[in-house]
Design a protein around this ligand. Structure first.
Ligand SMILES: *Cc1c(COP(=O)(O)O)cnc(C)c1O
Length: 427
């Protein structure tokens, strides 16, 4: 391997020139087997804990202790209105207007709630287009939504698969499939960034293709939110949902987000599953019959907000904003991931031994690289772990590494590259 790339002074120079370098100190890193902080590349699964999280939680516990029920109306951030500011802070992360965003529930719950409104099979228009091998929760959600409508999932669900010999989908193939399905297509639902390959889809083009045949188009942004800049409103996307514990560092099982385009803001006729928190605020406490949804995404709220889940998200979104938002994070993310890519390529291994299945085009990927290791994959993964490099393993043979611009350094990436080099040099 080229020694220049692996030279610690090279990584140190890149870190010295990194305007976001100071944000690393805002996070808590676990220690690895050698007692030193790990090189953490698992932000695609669970983001690290910001140091501000504990204080944010503690402030709400204090409000509860000192105010009890009055905390709904008084205190640092009255609980009655606590979800509103979170939607405002989340909107720029996904490229939406504040009233197009609601922070609530878990991701899979939100996906179901949105499908109730936006997957409305009728007559010959009943098919759903999704990725083959989509994240299991998405597969099960669509499967059971089809059943909810009395449809056979095997008939209703159409899966996109890469061309033979390829690992990722081509936009033109997705568009052709959409056109082919035409009047039979009710909804397109894709992961905005595929969790396995790391591929980012051309959401604007796919949305336009779906709309051209009269289908609704939505995205699961679990791996995209907080990772790549998104422009849901401008892309004309109908609906989307995301979790916040991956790239938005809100903590395990953190509260999720949902987006609904503003053209549906004043559509009380749009079917949904309702709860009292989605009721017109003026009528919410009148306790009378008849659901009248709040305009905008808030009209999909069911329950009053889990304040202890909102507090950590508020703390982590503050960090994203202080860092300058998604464009600034992306400006570091591209070279950070490119550095990891060049270190892996410098291993000079044949494709039948190791290959990166994530697209090489930066526009088609976020921070994650998925490395398909045909031989000794599990051995390599365990070796990385023993060296304090935390990656993640996906059966049957993929190692995912996600350098996160908010807290990973170029030195972290160098450590991962050096460990891989040593593994293969040892034979
Ligand atoms: C992480 C992830 C989920 C997780 O769903 P939860 O409801 O948050 O448990 C769902 N879908 C995708 C694509 C994911 O990457």
């Amino acid at each position: 391997m080229s020694s220049a790339l692996l030279d610690p002074t090279h990584a140190a120079a890149l870190d010295a020139a990194d305007p976001l370098a100071a944000f690393r100190a805002e996070f808590l890193f676990p220690n690895g087997p050698n007692g030193q902080p790990v090189a953490y590349f698992c932000g695609n699964s669970l983001g690290l804990q910001p140091k501000a999280t504990r204080a944010a939680l503690d402030a709400e516990l204090t409000n509860w202790a000192e105010l009890a029920v009055e905390g709904h109306f008084h205190g640092t951030a009255p609980w009655m209105h606590s979800h509103g500011p979170l939607a405002e802070a989340s909107a720029p992360v996904v490229g939406a207007l504040p009233h197009e965003v609601v922070i609530m529930n878990g991701l899979s719950v939100n996906l179901h709630l949105l499908l109730v409104s936006f997957y409305r099979p009728a007559g010959a228009r009943y098919k759903v287009l999704m990725e083959g091998g989509a994240f299991p929760s998405d597969q099960y959600a669509i499967e059971t939504q089809a059943r909810l409508h009395g449809l056979d999932p095997d008939d209703a669900i159409v899966e996109l698969v890469p061309r033979p010999g390829e690992h990722t989908l081509r936009t033109e193939d997705i568009a052709v499939k959409i056109a082919e399905l035409g009047d039979s297509l009710a909804t397109v639902l894709l992961g905005g960034l595929n969790y396995y390959t790391g591929q980012v889809f051309d959401m604007a083009a796919i949305t336009a293709a779906g709309h051209a045949v009269g289908a609704t188009v939505g995205f699961d942004l679990a791996h995209a939110a907080g990772n790549v800049p998104l422009h849901l409103h401008d892309w004309d996307v109908d609906f989307a949902c995301w979790c916040t514990y991956k790239y938005l560092n809100s903590g395990p099982g953190g509260i999720a987000g949902a987006y609904i385009h503003e053209r549906f803001a004043n559509r009380p006729d749009l079917l949904r599953l309702a709860g009292w928190w989605g009721q017109e605020p003026a009528e919410r406490f009148q306790m009378k019959k008849g659901f009248r949804p709040t305009p905008g995404a808030d009209g999909w709220l069911l329950s009053n907000s889990p304040v202890l889940l909102l507090a950590p998200l508020r703390a982590s979104l503050d960090l994203v904003a202080r860092a300058g938002g998604m464009a600034t994070l992306r400006a570091k993310s591209e070279p950070l991931t490119a550095y990891l890519e060049s270190l892996i390529r410098a291993l000079n291994l044949p494709a039948d031994q190791l290959e990166i299945i994530t697209p090489a085009d930066p526009a088609q990927r976020g921070c994650q690289l998925s490395v398909l290791v045909h031989q000794r994959g599990r051995e390599l993964f365990d070796y990385l772990a023993a060296r304090g490099v935390v990656a993640d393993w996906r059966e049957p043979n993929v190692i995912r590494l996600s350098p996160v611009p908010l807290y990973n350094s170029f030195e972290d990436v160098r450590r991962a590259g050096a460990a891989m080099h040593d593994f293969f040099a040892a034979g």
